[in-house]
Design a protein around this ligand. Sequence first.
Ligand SMILES: [Zn+2]
Length: 396
Amino acid sequence: MIVRCSECLYWSNHPLGITFDAQGVCSGCQVHREKNQLNWRQRQAELKTIFDSQRQQSRYDCIIPVTGGQDSFFTVHYAVHILGLNPLLVNFNRTFNSKEGIRNLAKLRTEFDVDFRQYSINPKVTKAVMACTLTNLGSLNWLWIAGQTSLPVRIAVQLEIPFILWGAHQGLEQVGMYSHLENVEMTRRYRREHDLMGYDETGIFEFDPNFSEEDIASVSYPTDQELINSGVRGIYLGNYVRWDPTAQHTLMSKLYGYEGRRAIRGYSKFDNPDCPVYFGVQDLLKQAKFGYSKATDQLTREIRHGRISRAKALKVERQLLSANPEGVRDFADWMGISLATVNTLLLQHSPDFAIKVLEDDWRNKKFNIPIKEKISALLRSKESIDHDFQSIGKGI
Ligand SMILES: [Zn+2]
């Protein structure tokens, strides 16, 4: 039976894995309590010691993976002005970029006066990989995650940069997979099992043997031997600083003009202002697969930080889940697929629980698929998807 945490909004089917105590409180809420118990001054001193051990060993003290949103500004601000580091910023282009995201990325370079590298994959390969992961994994962003979790590591190995400084660890923040005190660091295993849903760039051949090694070279992770030889370590800032994205975004907006972007299905405008599909197709896929949306993540975080009651958050979540998603047609046009195929993909990846939540909450006019038709839609699905994706998957 799927149950919901008695304190936050997370369900027991959370994709990162979640456990509950006898009172029905989830592991994420339990680990969150550490934020009010730990000595953060001491934790910060530990972080300084880690970086001091390798200072001036390389042209750059660390790599910071950045986007035009999320925790990029705070992480760079902390590295440059609190730790006194000279970072190299690395961005894997996520293809869909909002005006706010482009401006934020530009501001990161100029406000902090730092070096910056960006990598973009060509649209043809992007579409082919996306078609593959949409149909097989129900994931639109597999390629981006594969890229943004591998590019900084490859560059660190190539340039012999000792550290990569990430923001928060999602497994710790959302579901309490680790305690802050474990000082968890980046691993290949977490990337494959959780970030990439069990399929890394080598696993993707399982779905489509037509991909060439060149196609996926730009998202490949260094070998174990390369990592051992280079000694590169991926550190999460969230283990050493009391992590509170809303407070951090507000400060970054005030200090540097970090821009947010209001999304119809989003609760906070500051988390992902850079990506126009984040609260569109990507959010619909999440809702189809797990029965909740990205707004649920945001509201859960706000409950834990004491800024909204659970009762109020439940009401807000219901409103946001039923809101009309943005950018779905734009995405379908860009991919060269029909809206019917988008609908079919959503249904194809909806387990019974998510369908139940859809019945309860999802009343979208544009994507209004009566649930009674889901069986016939599923029967048609393979033919429809094959037809739409035929041209995308060929000839790369
Ligand atoms: Zn909870």
